[in-house]
Design a protein around this ligand. Sequence first.
Ligand code: 13P
Ligand code: SF4
Length: 311
Amino acid sequence: NLTGLDIRAEIDRLRKERNAVILAHYYQKPEIQDLADFVGDSLELSRKAAESSADVIAFCGVKFMADTAKILSPQKIVVLPDMNAGCSLEDACPPDKFRAFREAHPDHIALTYINCSTEVKALSDVIVTSSSAETILAQIPADQKIIFGPDRHLGGYLNRKFGRDMLLWPGVCIVHEAFSETELLKLKAQHPGTPVAAHPECPPHIIDHADYVGSTSGILQFAKTFPGDKLIVATEPHIIHQMEKALPNKTFIGAPGADGNCNCNICPYMALNTLEKLYVALRDLQPRIEIEEGLRLRARKSLDRMLEMAS
Ligand code: 13P
Ligand code: SF4
């Protein structure tokens, strides 16, 4: 029973006591973003996890992100406030099916989005995040055959932009899939001239209306540099918290779903983490990420290749 407890003060006390670092993704609730030691996109969070000198990482994000932290920093205790914080892309790509797909295409390399299980990372050649995918793909020779999974929209976007024909795994992000083109066009008509920034997990009918396409940190950077004072944001709406903090004089409007508002685009997995669960995770050092060492080392190879190629 946590009633009467000053949760924020307790989290601060435990963070010091345990020499813990709290890492949060931009899709976390504002109250979690505000007390995190670092807020970032998937690539930045991976780098922070690898570099940190903390003994404990409290990862406020989804499971594949906490798994990545553990793969890169096995000596640290990595806790995830809610172990059920998964991802529809990870769910769409079971390792046994992915292995069969790879075996059916022996002359292809596997370029794989970080939103996948540790097993799928271990079956892949190079991992990418949305902020590193373009830099990495540009280094792969044009005649090299590639399979790309699990996000077919990110893969399709890369294929179109780079004129490639990577074979795409059919996964989607249920959050970015939910934006409505009809409602977006209505919103654009209500705010003439307002640019749209979109995440590459969006389907092409949303990307086609975007003035900027990039990762969460890319979209945040665009928000800071575009010349206007209003921006339509086609990604998970909790990122708007950082935009409003950094740019109080600009207006940010979440792109709508079919019901005309952006609440249906809240990631249900990210939303499972709460301050209360973060407190319990720091107190009990549970739920904890554990990965079998052989599997970890295999997954680490493709992640290390990403970190080398992305820099
Ligand atoms: P990035 O923060 O790397 O852009 O990823 C977005 C996302 O959907 C993570 O699940
Ligand atoms: Fe997965 Fe989409 Fe949620 Fe990101 S927003 S964690 S891709 S379900």
